[in-house]
Design a protein around this ligand. Sequence first.
Ligand code: NAG
Ligand code: NAG
Ligand code: NAG
Ligand code: NAG
Ligand code: NAG
Length: 434
Amino acid sequence: MALIFSPLLLFLSFMCFRLLGVMPFTVIMSDSGVPSALVDGPQTGFSMNKDGARTDTREQEAVYDIMRATGNDWATDIPDVCRGRWHGIECMPDNNDVYHVVSLSFGALSDDTAFPTCDPTRSHISPSITKLPYLRTLFFYRCFSYNPQPIPSLLGQLGATLQTLVLRENGHVGPIPIELGNLTRLKVLDLHKNNLNGSIPVCLARMTGLRSLDLSGNKLTSIPNFSFPILSIFDLSQNLLMGSIPSSIGACPGLIKMDLGHNQLTGPLPYSIGTLKNLMLMDLSYNRLKGPLPMWIRSLISLQTLILKGNPMGPTPIPSDGFDGMKGLMTLILSNMNLHGPIPSSLGKLPGLRVLHLDGNNFNGSIPTSFRELESVSELRLNDNWLRGPIPFGREMVWRMRRKLRVHNNSGLCYNANSGLEDSGIGPCDTPRP
Ligand SMILES: *[C@@H]1O[C@H](CO)[C@@H](O)[C@H](O)[C@H]1NC(C)=O
Ligand SMILES: *[C@@H]1O[C@H](CO)[C@@H](O)[C@H](O)[C@H]1NC(C)=O
Ligand SMILES: *[C@@H]1O[C@H](CO)[C@@H](O)[C@H](O)[C@H]1NC(C)=O
Ligand SMILES: *[C@@H]1O[C@H](CO)[C@@H](O)[C@H](O)[C@H]1NC(C)=O
Ligand SMILES: *[C@@H]1O[C@H](CO)[C@@H](O)[C@H](O)[C@H]1NC(C)=O
C-alpha cells in the first residue's frame, strides 16, 4: 500500500502548491510543527480552579474578536475567557500555567448543548481565528445562514493543530477553498448542508489522517481520485456529483460507511470497492449507475446495509448466487432498478435479513418458498412487479410484518386461505381472478 500512496501523495501535494503558487511542499512526517506541549486534557471554565493560571492575552483578544463577530458581545466583559464559564470554549494549560484555547464551538446543536449561538443575520468568522495557535476543534452550526459567505480560506492557516473542522448548515457559498488542503492534521471534516459548489478539490487528499469526511447536502460536482488510508466515514450524498465513482476508492481500506446517494453518478461500480472488507454501509441510491449487478458485492464481508435503489441498472437479473454468503446483510434495498427475471431463492438464505425491498422492478415468476426462512425480516416490499402464484408465507410471518409487507400490483399473486393477507390488495388463490 505504501508504495501506492507515497507517490500519489507527493504528486497531490505538489499539485496543491502549484495551484496556490507556493513552493513545492514536503510531506511532514513528525509532530515537529506542533506548538509546545500542553498538559492535561481539555478543560472548560467549570473545571479550572487553579490559582494564578491565566489565559494567553493574545488568544484572549482573538476570542473577543471571534465572539463579537458572531454577535456575542457579552464575552468581552469576561476578564478571563478560559475561566468564563461558558460551554463552547475549551482551554489547556502549558507548563507555565498559561492557558491556551484548544476548542471553540458555536450554535444550538441540541437542547443539551449550550454553545454560544450566532446572530445569523450578521455573523462571520473573524480572521482573528488565525491567532489561536493551539486550536484543535472549530465548530460552527447554523451560524451564517442569513449572511451567506464563502468558507474563509484563512482557515488553511490552522494546519499545524486543527483536528476537527465542522461547518454544518451554515449557508456557506462558493467552492471549498483549496487552502483547506493545508489542514493536514485534520481527522474530521464536516461541511454538511451548505451551498458549496464546484468540484471537490484534489488537495483534500493531503489530509491523510482523515477519519470522517462529510460533504453531503451541497452542490458539489465532481469527486477527485483521492485515497485516504484511515478514512472510515465517507459521505458525499445529496450533491450534484457527475462522472463515475473513482476506482481510487479502493485505496480507502478503512471505510465503514460510504454514502454517495442522490447524485448524478454514472458508469459501472468500480471493481475496487470489492476490496473494502470493513464496509458496513454502502448507499449509492438515486444515481445513474450502470449494471449489471456486480458479483464482487459478495466479497464485502462486513456489509450490513446495501442501498442501490433508483439506479436504472437493468434490464438485468439478480445473479442466482449474487449475495450468497453475506451473513451480516440486514438491509437490502433494490427498488426501481429495472431488474428482470426471477427473484433468486438464495435471497431467502440470508439469515440476518430484516429489510428487503425489491419493489418497482420487472421480476417475474413466483416468490421463492425459501422466503419462509427469513425469520428476522420485518419489512418486505415486492409490490409493482410481475410476480405470480401463491404467497408462500405463513400467518405468523404476515402478522410480524403487518403493513410493512407490500405485495400489491403484481400480475398474478394470490393468497391462501387463513394466511392473514385479506387486506393486502391481492385476491385469494381459490377463486379465479377476473
Ligand atoms: C499552510 O500552512 C502553513 C503552516 O503550516 C502556513 O504557513 C501557510 O500560510 C498555510 N498556507 C495557507 C494557504 O493557508
Ligand atoms: C457557485 O455559486 C456562486 C454563487 O453562490 C456563483 O457565483 C458561482 O458561479 C458558482 N460556481 C460554480 C462553479 O458553479
Ligand atoms: C481519475 O483517474 C482516471 C485514470 O487514472 C482518469 O481517467 C480520470 O479522469 C481521473 N478522474 C479525475 C476526476 O481526475
Ligand atoms: C420472465 O421474463 C423473461 C424476460 O425478461 C422471460 O424470458 C421469462 O420466460 C419470464 N419468466 C416467467 C416465469 O414468466
Ligand atoms: C405496476 O407495476 C409495473 C411493474 O413494475 C409498473 O410498470 C406499473 O407502472 C405499476 N402500475 C401502477 C399502477 O403503479
